[in-house]
Design a protein. Structure first.
Length: 718
C-alpha cells in the first residue's frame, strides 16, 4: 500500500506503479492538536496532545484496515517537513507496524522519479518531524494564549499568530512610512539633440530630423538642484542660445544573463506581476500541475515540487533542456557550460530542486488543449523561465556620450552644462527569445520606441539643439505591499518558509488585519491597534530579527538539534510578557457604531448598514440575522455604459473576482473583466479598458494605445 496526501496525486502515482500497488490518499493531515484547548503540556516538556478529527476517523479506520492487509506500506507524502510530519501522523493514527513502514520521497511525479524513489526507501526522518512539531507547538502557544488576551482587552473574535503578526507589522509600518512621507518637487532637463549633418534632412518630405535624448547630468561640475520651475527657467533661456559639442564617447557591449529558474517566492512574485495571480491561486494551480493533469499519455505530473527555496537543477534535466534548445534555436543559443545558480536564501534546502517542467519536451503549445486557462498560463510561465535559465545571455551594443553646452568661446569641458546620453541596441537575443523581460527591477536599456544614441558620434563634433524638455516630478513614498512584494520581504528577512508564504498572506486578510485594494495591502484599524499592542508588550513575537532567528532554530532542529530547549527558551520569556501585558493593558474594547447607508431594507424596512465580509465591504440589513438581505456596494468607475448610458460599476463574481458591469443590470448586460478608463477611443469613440499596466484597448474596434496612467508628467518649451 502507498499513501499520499491527495486523490489527484494518488491517481497519477497509481498509474505508474501498476496493479500490485494500492494507492490511497490521507486527504492531508489525519490528526492535529485539539481545537478546544491548548493541547500542549507546558509543564512536561511541551508534550503535544493529538486527536483524529471526527471527519477523519472513517478514513483512518480504512487506512488501518488496508495496512493490515498489505505486505509493505510506503508513505509517499510531500518531500518537505510538512509531508514528513503527515507521514508520521498517518503511521501513528492508523497504528501501523513501524517495521513494515517505509518512507519514499520524490520531487516530481514522473514514472522515472517514482520508480527510482521506490528503489531507495528510508525510515521516517524524526528530526524533520520534530521541526514541524516544534513550529506547530510554538504557533499554538502564541495563538492560544495571545488571542484570549485580545478578547479581554480589545474585543472578541480577534486572534494573533506568531509569523502572521510579523507580516502585519511590516504592512503597518509601511503604511506609516507612506503617511509620514513628505513629497518634494524636483525637475529634470532633457534635450532633443541632432547631429549637424542632418540639418538638411536627407529623407525630405518634411519628415523630422533624426534625434537622440540627453539629460542634464552636471551643472558647473556638481549635481544640479532643480527644485522649482523658477529655478529651471533661467537655465532654459541660456541653453537655447548655447553651443553644444560632443565630449567623451564610449562604445561597448553589455551582457545580460537570464534569471534562475523559479523558487516558490519568485514564482509567486512573477505570477502576480505577469498573470495577476494572488499567492493562494498560484499555489493552487501549481499544485494541480504537480499532482498530475490528464494529457494524452494519462495523468501526468507536469512540474516539479512547487514548495522550494532552491535554484538547483538536476543534471539530467539540464541535459534535456540543452538538447531542446539546440534543436529549437540553434547551438549559438547554448552557453558553453550548463549554468549554475546560487540561491539568495541562506536556508535553502539544496537537496530540493527549483520549480521546472518535468519534461522540457512538453511545450506549452503542445499540451494547451489539456489544460485549463489558468493551468496553461502558469505552466507557460514555469516552462519559459526554466528554458530561458539554460540559454545563452543576451548581448547589446552600447553607446554613451557626454554633451557639453555653454558659450561657444568657452573650451568644451569648461562649459557649465554637461548632458549625458546613453542607449543600447540588442544584437543577440539569447534567452530573451523565450522569456522576454524577466526582471522588472532591471533597467535593460532597451526601448524600441526611444530614439537611439548614434554610434558614429565623434569627440568635438558640434550638435544641434532641437528642443528642450523640462520635466516636473515629485518624490514618491514607498509603495504599499502587494501579496507578491510582501512575500519577497518575508523571504529577504528569513521569515517563514516556502510552504508558509501563501497561508501567511491569506491568514492576515481573513483575520481582518489587512485589506486589499487594487491588489495592494493596507492595514485595517483593528490591525494597527493589535500590532501596536504586540509591539509594546511582546517585542519578540513581532520582531523581524527574532522571528528569523527562530526560523533558523527550526532548521537546526531538522538537522538534529533538540527541540524542547528551543521552545522552552522562547516560552519562559513569552509567559512573563503575557503576565505583564495582562496586568498593564487597559481595556481598549472597540465597539464600532454601525455605518448607515441612508436608506431602508426593501424586505424588512430596517435601516441598511455597511458590513465587512469575506470579499470586502457590502451592504446588509441591520436586522440580521432575522433578515439576510444583502447587496453589493456600487463603486462607480466614472465611465458611462456604451449600451444604455448608465454608470459602469465595480462588481464581484461569486468567487470574489472583480469585474465591471452596468448599474442597470439585468436590463443591461454589458460586462468586462478589465477596468474601463475615462478616455474614449480616439478612433471610434468606444469604451477603452485597461489591457495592462501600459496600454488600453478599445472594446469596439480593438484599437490599442498608451493608457492615461502610463504617461510621464513633463512640460515642453514652445
Amino acid at each position: 500500500m502507498v499513501i499520499v496526501e491527495s486523490p489527484a496525486k494518488a491517481k497519477t502515482i497509481g498509474r505508474y506503479l501498476g496493479r500490485d500497488y494500492t494507492v490511497k490518499s490521507s486527504l492531508g493531515h489525519v490528526r492535529d492538536l485539539l481545537k478546544s484547548r491548548l493541547s500542549v503540556d507546558v509543564d512536561h516538556d511541551f508534550a503535544p496532545e493529538y486527536r483524529v478529527p471526527n471527519d477523519k476517523r472513517p478514513l483512518v479506520k480504512e487506512l488501518k484496515e488496508a495496512a493490515a492487509r498489505s505486505s509493505e506500506i510506503y508513505l509517499a507524502t510531500d518531500p518537505d517537513r510538512e509531508g514528513e510530519a503527515i507521514a508520521w501522523h498517518v503511521m501513528e493514527a492508523a497504528e501501523m507496524d513501524p517495521t513494515r513502514v517505509k518512507r519514499v520521497v520524490f520531487h516530481e511525479i514522473t514514472q522515472s522519479a517514482i520508480l527510482d524513489a521506490f528503489t531507495q526507501p528510508r525510515d521516517i526522518d524524526m528530526n524533520r518531524v520534530d521541526a514541524q512539531q516544534a513550529r506547530r507547538i510554538l504557533d499554538r502557544l502564541v495563538g492560544y494564549q495571545l488571542s484570549p488576551l485580545l478578547w479581554r482587552k480589545i474585543h472578541g473574535r480577534l486572534s494573533a499568530g506568531r509569523v502572521q503578526s510579523v507580516a502585519v507589522r511590516l504592512v503597518v509600518e509601511r503604511e506609516r512610512e507612506i503617511e509620514a512621507f513628505n513629497s518634494e518637487e524636483y525637475w529634470t532637463i532633457d534635450a532633443e539633440l541632432s547631429q549637424t549633418k542632418f540639418r538638411v534632412d536627407p529623407r525630405g518630405n518634411g519628415s523630422r530630423r533624426p534625434f537622440f535624448i540627453g539629460r542634464l547630468h552636471r551643472l558647473n561640475g556638481v549635481e544640479p538642484e532643480l527644485n522649482s520651475e523658477a529655478v529651471v527657467t533661467p537655465h532654459l533661456d541660456v541653453l537655447k542660445t548655447a553651443s553644444w559639442e560632443v565630449g567623451d564617447v564610449s562604445i561597448g557591449t553589455r551582457t545580460r544573463r537570464p534569471a534562475a529558474p523559479f523558487t516558490t517566492s519568485t514564482l509567486q512574485q512573477e505570477a502576480s506581476r505577469r498573470l495577476g495571480f494572488g499567492t493562494t491561486k498560484t499555489m493552487r494551480v501549481a499544485q494541480e500541475l504537480y499532482e498530475g493533469v490528464k494529457i494524452g499519455e494519462g495523468d501526468t505530473g507536469l512540474i516539479t515540487y512547487m514548495r522550494t527555496d532552491s535554484v538547483s537543477v538536476a543534471g539530467l534535466a539540464q541535459e534535456q533542456a540543452r538538447e531542446f534548445i539546440n534543436g529549437a534555436f540553434g547551438p549559438e543559443f547554448l552557453p558553453e557550460k550548463p549554468p549554475v545558480y546560487k540561491t539568495r536564501s541562506k536556508t535553502a534546502q539544496e537537496a530540493h530542486e527549483a520549480i521546472r517542467p518535468t519534461s522540457v519536451d512538453r511545450t506549452p503549445s503542445a499540451i494547451k488543449p489539456h489544460l485549463s486557462k489558468d493551468q496553461f498560463r502558469l505552466y507557460s510561465l514555469i516552462w519559459n523561465r526554466f528554458v530561458a535559465s539554460q540559454m545563452a545571455p543576451a548581448l547589446y551594443d552600447t553607446v554613451s556620450a557626454e554633451i557639453w553646452a555653454g558659450p561657444a568661446a568657452t573650451p568644451r569641458e569648461q562649459r557649465p552644462y554637461l548632458f549625458r546620453s546613453s542607449g543600447s541596441t540588442l544584437t543577440f537575443r539569447g534567452f530573451l527569445a523565450v522569456y522576454g523581460t524577466d526582471d522588472p527591477d532591471e533597467d535593460t536599456g532597451e526601448n524600441p520606441d526611444e530614439p537611439q544614441v548614434p554610434s558614429d558620434l565623434l569627440i568635438g563634433e558640434p550638435i544641434d539643439l532641437l528642443d528642450l524638455l523640462p520635466g516636473q516630478h515629485f518624490t514618491q513614498p514607498p509603495p504599499r505591499f502587494s501579496e507578491a512584494s510582501l512575500v519577497k520581504a518575508l523571504e529577504e528577512h528569513g521569515i517563514g518558509r516556502p510552504s508558509t508564504y501563501a497561508s501567511i498572506i491569506s491568514t492576515i486578510q481573513a483575520r481582518g488585519y489587512v485589506d486589499q485594494e487594487q491588489k495592494r495591502l493596507q492595514p485595517t484599524e483593528i490591525g494597527s491597534i493589535v500590532n501596536d499592542m504586540l509591539v509594546q508588550y511582546f517585542p519578540d513575537v513581532v520582531s523581524v530579527d527574532f522571528t528569523a532567528r527562530l526560523e533558523d532554530e527550526l532548521d537546526d532542529i531538522a538537522e538534529g538539534k533538540a527541540w524542547v530547549p528551543v521552545i522552552d527558551e522562547f516560552y519562559q520569556k513569552f509567559a512573563q510578557e503575557l503576565a505583564i501585558a495582562d496586568g498593564a493593558l487597559p481595556k481598549l474594547e472597540i465597539k464600532k457604531e454601525p455605518e448607515y447607508v441612508g436608506r431602508d431594507c426593501p424586505l424588512s424596512g430596517h435601516p441598511l448598514v455597511y458590513r465587512q465580509g469575506r470579499f470586502g465591504r457590502f451592504i446588509g440589513c441591520s436586522d440580521y440575522p432575522k433578515c439576510r438581505y444583502t447587496e453589493q456596494i456600487l463603486v462607480k468607475v466614472g465611465v458611462n455604459c456604451p449600451n444604455c448610458g448608465g454608470d459602469l460599476i465595480e462588481k464581484r463574481s461569486k468567487r470574489g473576482r472583480i469585474f465591471y458591469g452596468c448599474s442597470n443590470y439585468p436590463n443591461c448586460e454589458w460586462t468586462s473583466w478589465k477596468r474601463p478608463i475615462s478616455q474614449p477611443c480616439p478612433v471610434c469613440g468606444g469604451v477603452m479598458v485597461q489591457e495592462n499596466k501600459e496600454t488600453a484597448k478599445c472594446t469596439v474596434c480593438a484599437h490599442t494605445m498608451l493608457s492615461e496612467g502610463s504617461f510621464t508628467e513633463k512640460q515642453t518649451t514652445p
